[in-house]
Design a protein around this ligand. Structure first.
Ligand code: G4P
Length: 524
């Protein structure tokens, strides 16, 4: 029998993995899918991994389309739960895409390399999660290699992230002697990579545990466990759900150790789909009417069809194939005739999807990032962020006859979130903005290949961009009037102020206290 909406919502866990490159995100993803039965053989995700090292690498990967796509959302089941794992691009030049994806998850797994601890990108991604109070489960990976002392790792998480830790398991051995995990509260162990159930033991000093450790490590293990029991915090579900405490697991994704511990924790503790804030009210996940928002758009998933897939997170109700939805931005109805689910390697037609599920909706440019779909009600979801670009360029077109085509192409790519597009108030040519340099290369490549528009990019006289607002329209108008040469409009016609440098921005911000200069804008 099909689930009721309440049952379907309660079963779902939608999460992302955050990690510094090389910590083991790809390997862990692959193992989660393997344990969830979504892929037959380990190595399939790895083979598709977009290890973007250089610009030319990226181009090649982009040409081999379909790669980043299949890994952008993965669904698998384990026990009673349905897991939606949302992948995030590895390269920091695509950070805005990552941040938008994090707006669509309810929890995150933070993977840490046991020898390296908290690395810069982990920290940055963690900060984004903290802004949204996303609960974090920590997986300390690569315990099969030389690792830091377990207490040191916990201390570092507490200090660098200002986050309480509660170790749930403790590594039995380390490096070459790493042979399993000990569950502190349950007094039970999991040994080896194949064990589905934990085995109860009498304590850290039991013969069963001793048998897993070389003689010279047994005493240290017992002492460490005693200390851990005394000194470490116990797990507290509320503190975890509020984002103040992280349960910590130890393992080796490569050798499958600790992976089951992690999946079970997500099933037991990670929150089911949350209530979603909209402009006029909060939408509960179990409400009967369907609602969803677009957080990512992927073009050219299938080069033969030139389709565009909008990834929507369902927020309430039941998204059914063939249903009519309302696109709130335009007020127009939209038929969801072919929504799709994505698995490790394939996509299938989605007959129904519930809150927390991510569904791909093929369309030809109707949907934009940040769009809200409902069954008719007028509200707009908030919280899909738009970041002020750090690189601004003017596009130079070899053939002036193609100006209109260029305008349309840029508009489309701005709607996909590849670039941001700003039209200066003084009528000068459009300015494109990106967060990372690689995005400029992707834009050049796509304009050339897809639209037959060879372009070059010129430095703009600006390098800083901020959305501007004020309490009253008149105040904003006064600022716009006196800075007309430095004002442009974004895709939604919202005004931005462009400055040649930070100093210029700060100077104006000091003089115009009534104007707000924002580096982040919610799509709406
Ligand atoms: P990433 O997606 O976070 O960038 O990391 P990825 O999974 O690709 O892992 C980075 C490297 O670390 C890989 O080695 C991978 O095999 C290794 N690795 C991942 N988890 C573990 C683990 O638990 N233990 C050990 N010892 N190694 C681990 P590589 O040499 O870069 O790739 P490959 O040649 O092994 O495929």
């Amino acid at each position: 029998m099909a689930d009721s909406i309440e049952q379907a919502v309660a079963r779902r866990r939608t999460f992302a993995i955050i990690a510094h490159p090389d910590a083991g995100k790809t390997t862990l993803t692959e193992k989660l899918l393997l344990f969830g039965g979504a892929i037959q053989l380990a190595g399939e995700v790895k083979a598709k991994k977009d290890k973007i090292q250089t610009r030319s690498d990226w181009m090649k990967i982009e040409r081999e389309r379909g790669i980043s796509v299949v890994t952008s959302v993965m669904t698998f089941e384990y026990g009673d739960n349905v897991f939606n794992l949302l992948d995030t691009p590895g390269h920091e030049d695509f950070a805005d895409d990552t941040y938008r994806t994090l707006s669509a998850v309810d929890s995150a797994v933070m993977v840490i390399d046991a020898a390296k601890g908290i690395e810069p990108r982990t920290l940055k991604l963690f900060e984004v999660c903290r802004l949204r109070d996303i609960p974090i489960v920590t997986f300390v990976n690569k315990m099969d290699r030389e690792a830091r002392n377990t207490f040191e790792i916990l201390d570092e998480i507490e200090e660098k992230l200002a986050l309480d830790t509660a170790p749930i398991t403790w590594p039995i051995g380390q490096g070459k002697t790493f042979s399993g995990t000990y569950h502190l509260a349950q007094n039970a162990i999991r040994h080896g990579d194949a064990e589905t159930e934990r085995t109860k033991v009498n304590g850290p000093d039991s013969n069963r545990v001793a048998g897993l450790l070389p003689e010279n490590e047994r005493e240290t293990f017992i002492e460490e466990m005693e200390l851990a029991r005394e000194a470490c915090r116990p797990f507290d579900l509320d503190a975890f759900r509020e984002g103040h405490l992280t349960p910590v697991f130890f393992g080796s994704a490569l050798r499958n150790f600790g992976v089951r511990d992690l999946i079970e924790a997500l099933g037991d503790w990670a929150p089911p789909p949350r209530a979603q804030e909209a402009d006029s009210r909060t939408v509960e996940a179990t409400e009967p009417a369907m609602s969803a928002f677009v957080f990512k758009i992927q073009a050219n998933m299938d080069p033969n069809h030139r389709d565009r897939i909008a990834f929507v997170r369902v927020c309430s109700g039941e998204l059914k194939r063939g249903m009519k939805a309302k696109l709130v931005r335009t007020g127009k109805p939209m038929s969801l005739s072919a929504p799709q689910f994505f698995f490790a390697r394939s996509r299938i037609t989605a007959d129904e999807a519930y809150a927390g599920d991510v569904v791909g909706i093929p369309n030809h440019g109707t949907l934009r990032i940040g769009d809200t779909l409902t069954e008719g009600e007028e509200f707009l979801f908030r919280g899909v962020p738009n970041f002020a670009p750090e690189i601004l360029r003017r596009v130079r077109l070899g053939d002036p006859m193609k100006a209109k085509k260029l305008k349309d192409a840029l508009q489309q790519m701005a709607e996909e979130g590849v670039v941001q597009l700003f039209s200066p108030e003084d009528g000068s040519p459009a300015i494109v903005g990106v967060v990372g340099a690689l995005q400029i290369d992707v834009l050049r490549e796509r304009l050339n290949i897809e639209y037959g528009l060879p372009v070059e990019f010129e430095m703009a006289r600006f390098s800083v961009c901020r959305w501007i607002s004020a309490d009253t329209k008149a105040e904003l108008e006064r600022f716009v009037e006196s800075h007309r040469g430095d004002i442009a409009r974004d895709l939604d016609n919202d005004p931005v102020f462009l400055a040649p440098h930070e100093f210029g921005l700060n100077y104006e911000a000091d003089r115009w206290k009534q104007i707000r200069f924002a580096a982040i804008k919610d799509y709406q």
